[in-house]
Design a protein around this ligand. Sequence first.
Ligand code: G6P
Length: 608
Amino acid sequence: MCGIVGYIGPRQATPFLIEGLKRLEYRGYDSAGIAVYDGESIETRRAAGKIAKLEGTLSADPVTGKVGIAHTRWATHGPPTERNAHPHLSTDNTVAVVHNGIIENANVLRKQLTELGHTFRSDTDTETIAHLVQELWEGSLEEAVIGALRKVEGTFGIAVVSSKDPSKIVAARKGSPLLIGVGDGEYFLASDASAILAHTRQVVYLNDGDLAVLTPDGYKVMDINNVPLRRSVERIEWDLAAIERGGYDHFMLKEIFEQPTTVENTMRGRLILEDGTSKLGGLNMSHEQLMAVDNIVITACGTSWHSALIGEMMIEDLCRIPVEVEYASEFRYRNPIITPSTLCIVISQSGETADTLAAMREAKRRGAQTLGLVNVVGSTIAREDDGGIYLHAGPEIGVASTKAFTSQVIALALFALKMARKRTLSVMRGRELAQAMHDLPKQIQSILDRAAEMEKIADEYKDAHNFLYLGRGFNFPAALEGALKLKEISYIHAEGYPAAEMKHGPIALIDEKMPVVFIAPHDGVFDKIVSNIQEVKARGGKTIIITSRDEPALAGLVDHEFRIPETVDMLTPILASVPLQLLAYYIAVKRGANVDQPRNLAKSVTVE
Ligand code: G6P
């Protein structure tokens, strides 16, 4: 979602703030701004649009100073204009605030503060914090921030500076990630480690409820009652190259092409071919606890929800344990059935999605054991779950998730394999599945080597207004994910459906202008999907068929075909998803869309 950066130290803050914002731009990109203390007062510069616009403003009107905070925004309250861009100032201009999250009682506070004589200059909820800090000032910035936070309801990651207590940045989090970067005689603040990695690998992750004070001489962490807290310094293990484009036109393309490696990394040291099982050190569950699980709930949002659907089928098929998949946003407000033997699997690339985090907390409160499948190391879900499987896919910067999706499916397959081998799955069948997983990286590479074939198909359909994606069995979720990729980045309306369900509605849409993507590998439901392809062809629809063999049954039914290698049924969605990612990517590029930063979306949605 929005990105926060802060700097305090001996250097000029602005260049660092701008560089940090650029690294975070993928998280929110509708407006940006900085606030720097210039020795006398707080100077702000803000601009609607991308960071490049803000850079333009700064070169026309620079600011100097060694303490500063900055923000790149994804609008919640108020349109993405300069007036609503952060930082926001108090009425007397002595306090500047950047904020990620939502202040739920902003309207009430706004009314009270207006009555007290404060003047609001934006439509945002954030601005209330700046006025509150001014109003509650008693001598130190941290005391005033504590006072303000006692009055606000909602979620926040905030950074605050003030010209009345200028050698300080005060930060606080509740529901929105923040970390401190510990440099050599300088300190950084960021909502995401990628903003500061060029300067330090040493980070302190703040927990929910933490407040931090950064000065040129150090930092301290405390709770909202000003009681000091100990937080350990951790090391970021990935390299800057992981968050750079490395010769690719877009992060998304780089991430699609990384999949042979990322899928391998998810399995590394975990897949045991000989025993046909997996070793998952982070589960934190004994054999007895794993055997006691008699129902599983998987909760997630977006692409992660699609991988959950595939996981459901894998686990039910292999382990014979009933699985429920729930949108996290729905789960958290329902009255879900959780028993002491429920395992709640939480899937999230970022580990910060507000609904997913809240769903996990709700499951915990009701007594479920929680297991996080998370990509971002040190993220909130990863720190609060009872056990987990890190995806090890490396930073994913493209807003449309690709490599995290395939790694999520692999992590679910590793888990299903382990659980199944403990129960009913034979070693022979286990070995067969493990071997098939082991072969995936090479098979993905063979698909990527033929990316140009997909580019040609994309050329033909780039002007389509609608797309239908159809699949059955394990590939129904792959159809949903294929459609989501296309709509996210190309803005073409696309729907995913179980192929046979098409005749109960979407068939009405089919005419010669409607491209229909069928995910039809040679699996257990191949014969069934052929009849669905016939139904589309009979109505003049254009077919793009992802299949795995030369199939006589498809003769005369195919307008375009893309071959994927053969694998066991449950792994076919991994191979099928790669050409679908390429199709969406090439169509979006050909339509001139901003693939890495699609309109209105955000990489990690830290608000409800
Ligand atoms: C946003 C992103 C999606 C992502 C979803 C869930 O909508 O744009 O790509 O799938 O959030 O994110 P998570 O980090 O929890 O997997």
